[in-house]
Ligand binder design. Structure first.
Ligand code: NAD
Length: 251
């Protein structure tokens, strides 16, 4: 398919897991893609894989080492991309971390780190791209939240607050930009098989499975397909929404 032919996309945290599959799916649909990540080895491996999914030789696929919680680093990277590409049509805010603990044991550092990477990053990238997207009168912003941002989860007050914050941010920015041809939506993944969930104990994994009506964990492809829909013209009358992709966990 060529749903994103000629479109230019940035995927943060696109060097592994869900973000990498989103970037690969966008390339498979004709987009030029830049992935932001922090690990050069992962970035190299991601680019090799994404390159193979391109549908035309002149599609551009690049990686940049960018700490998305650092506003100056984000501004610098986005300015360079705009100078090279002219515009960015699609932004996926996917970079995220967990630092789980019960509130009573959670350090201030763990609170701050999660807020910086998961939420401040969304402010940084959207702030840098809102004006260029407004000028271009087009844009699709997709924020990767979580079902935990909708329902909460014991042991994750920092992560859940950051993911709920993302939803409030999305709805507010959607209202600010709705008349400018820019849509802003969230995807709330449920339990998806990636590095982030592989570290959970078997006991936790089994307990999560009982909460999923479909009784199976999701794959990064399940999320990438939803992101493709929101990035494409198929979703042009949709903004400010949260699409849960979770096997029925939240309903
Ligand atoms: P992952 O650990 O494979 O991916 C996270 C990505 O974020 C990595 O590529 C990492 O390099 C990047 N990243 C982390 N800190 C960064 C920083 N400061 N600057 C730039 N990049 C940074 O995990 P994943 O499961 O693919 O997670 C992707 C997103 O999906 C996250 O936002 C996560 O919260 C969300 N999510 C995942 C699940 C799940 O079950 N796996 C469920 C709900 C939501």
């Amino acid at each position: 398919m060529e749903l994103l032919k000629g479109k230019k996309a940035i995927v943060t945290g696109g060097t592994s897991g869900i973000g990498r599959e989103i970037a690969r799916t966008f390339a498979e649909n004709g987009a030029d893609v830049v992935v932001f990540g922090t690990n050069p080895d992962n970035a190299k491996a991601a680019i090799e894989e994404i390159e193979k999914s391109k549908i035309s030789a002149d599609q551009k696929v690049e990686s940049r080492i960018v700490n998305v919680s650092d506003m100056n680093a984000v501004n610098e990277a986005i300015s360079a991309i705009l100078a090279e590409w002219g515009q960015v049509d699609i932004l996926v805010n996917n970079a995220g971390i967990t630092r789980d603990n019960l509130l009573m044991k959670m350090s201030e550092q763990d609170w701050d780190d999660v807020m910086q990477v998961n939420l401040k990053s969304v402010y940084n990238t959207c702030k840098a791209l809102a004006r260029p997207m407004m000028k271009a009168k087009t844009g699709k912003i997709i924020n990767i939240s979580s079902v935990v941002g909708l329902n909460g989860n014991a042991g994750q007050v920092n992560y859940a607050a950051s993911k709920s914050g993302m939803i409030g941010f999305t709805q507010s920015l959607a209202k600010e930009l709705a008349t400018r041809g820019i849509s802003v939506n969230c995807i709330a993944p449920g339990y998806i098989k990636t590095r982030m969930t592989e570290v959970l104990s078997d006991q936790v994994k089994e307990s999560v499975l009982t909460q999923i009506p479909m009784r199976k964990i999701g794959s990064p492809t399940d999320i990438a397909q939803a992101a493709l829909f929101l990035a494409s013209g198929m979703s042009n009358y949709i903004t400010g929404q949260v699409i849960t992709v979770d096997g029925g966990m939240v309903m």
